[in-house]
Design a protein around this ligand. Sequence first.
Ligand SMILES: Nc1nc2c(ncn2[C@@H]2O[C@H](COP(=O)(O)OP(=O)(O)OP(=O)(O)O)[C@@H](O)[C@H]2O)c(=O)[nH]1
Ligand SMILES: *[C@@H]1O[C@H](CO)[C@@H](O)[C@H](O)[C@H]1NC(C)=O
Ligand SMILES: *[C@@H]1O[C@H](CO)[C@@H](O)[C@H](O)[C@H]1NC(C)=O
Ligand SMILES: [Mg+2]
Length: 391
Amino acid sequence: MAIARPVRALGLAAIVMWCFFLWQIFRPSGQISNQYKSFERDPMLDSTGEPEGILRPATSGNYAPGPGSDRINATLLALVRNEELEGMLQAMGDLERTWNHKFNYPWTFFNDVPFSDEFKQKTQAVTKAECRYEVIPEEHWAMPSWINKDLYEESVKILKEQEIQYADMISYHQMCRWNSGMFYKHPALADTQFYWRVEPKVHFFCDVDYDVFRYMQDNNKTYGFTINLYDAPASIPTLWPETQKFLAQHPEYVHKNNAMDWLTDKTRRPAHNAKANGYSTCHFWTNFEIADLSFWRSKAYEDYFNHLDRAGGFFYERWGDAPVHSIALGLFADSSSIHWFRDIGYQHIPFFNCPNSPKCHGCVKGRFAEGADWLNQEDCRPNWFKYVGMG
Ligand SMILES: Nc1nc2c(ncn2[C@@H]2O[C@H](COP(=O)(O)OP(=O)(O)OP(=O)(O)O)[C@@H](O)[C@H]2O)c(=O)[nH]1
Ligand SMILES: *[C@@H]1O[C@H](CO)[C@@H](O)[C@H](O)[C@H]1NC(C)=O
Ligand SMILES: *[C@@H]1O[C@H](CO)[C@@H](O)[C@H](O)[C@H]1NC(C)=O
Ligand SMILES: [Mg+2]
C-alpha cells in the first residue's frame, strides 16, 4: 500500500520529535544548565597541582609498614556496619591505590557492635597497613538520659512531614551525635592526632604523592575538606539560635580570624538563611574530612558540643555532624588553618570534587553533581572562596 508523500513526511517529523523529546529527558547530565551553575568558570576546570607549602613525598622517609617509621600519629578512620563490607572494600581499594599504599597509615574501624571475622579478614587483605577494629562504648552511642522519648517520637513525625531523610532512624541520630562529639573520645584514638575520615562506597580518583598528614602538621592546618554544601534547613531550625545562646555565654571562644561571614551569608540563598534562623546552612561535607583531633578536644569545642547535646537537637531535630563541625570551625578556628584539598579527587554520591590534573582518572573534570541538574544549586563553594579563599 502506497503512503502519500505528505503523510510520510509527517510520520518522519513525528519520529524526529519523539526522539528529541526522549533525548531532552534522558540526555546525559554532563551539561549544567545556567540556571544552576555556581560559577562563570568552575575553579576545578583550572589546572590543579599539589598545594603550596612543605610537602613530603614517600621517598623522603621510611613509610614501610611496621613500627619505627616516619609516619606521624594519624589514622584513616571509618565508622561502618558489618553489612557495608563491600562498600568499605571499594572505598579502601580506591584510597590504598591512590595514596595509602605509599604511606601505610593504619586504618581504624569503629562499630556499635563487634566486627565480624569476615569483615576483619577482608578489610585487612586490602592493605599492608595495620587495621584496628574498635567497638564504641555504650555510653558514647546510647541516646542520652535527658532525651524525652515521647518528644522524640513527636518530633520525628514533624521531620518526616518535612521530608527530612532518615529522621525516623534512631541510629542515624546516634551516628550524627557520635560523629559530632564522641568519636575523638574513644580510647583507641588517645595517641592519635590526625585522622582522615572515610565512608563506605566513596571514590578517590587522583594520585596523591605527599604525606597528607604531614602536610597538615607542617603547614599548621586544623581541618581539610573537599566539598562545601548547603544543608536542609528543616533539619537544623534551632541549631543557630542555640549557637547564639552559647556565644552569648562564651564570647571569648570566637577566633579573631573566624569565618562568621561565611556562616551567616544570606545573599546567595536567602530562604535557607531565613529557615535556619540566621545560618546560611553552608557546611563542609564531613563524609570526607582530614583534621587535627586537638580541635575537637579543645575546651571551646567540648563546651559547645555539651551545650548542643543538652539542647537535644541531635534527636528532636536532625542536626548533622556536618553543620555542627562547620559552625564550630567557622567560629573557633583560624580560618587560614582550614584547607581546601582541591587536589584530592573525591565522590560520595551524588557530589564530586574532580580536579583538572593528569593525576586524576575516572571522574569528569569539573563535574560537581551527578543525577539531576538541580543538585548543582547545593554547591556552596563559591561562598567559602568569597569569604575565606581557596587556600
Ligand atoms: N556501625 C554503624 N555505622 C553507621 C551507623 N549508621 C551510620 N553508620 C556509618 O556512618 C556513616 C554515615 O552513614 P550513612 O548512612 O552513609 O549516612 P549519609 O552519608 O548521610 O547517607 P547516604 O547518602 O545514604 O550515604 C557511614 O560510614 C555508615 O557506615 C550505625 O548504626 N552503625
Ligand atoms: C604518638 O603515639 C605514641 C604511641 O604510639 C605516643 O607515645 C606519643 O606520645 C604520641 N604522640 C603524640 C603527639 O600524641
Ligand atoms: C606554624 O606555626 C608555628 C608555631 O606557631 C610557626 O613557628 C611556623 O612558622 C608555622 N608554620 C607555617 C608553615 O605557617
Ligand atoms: Mg554515606
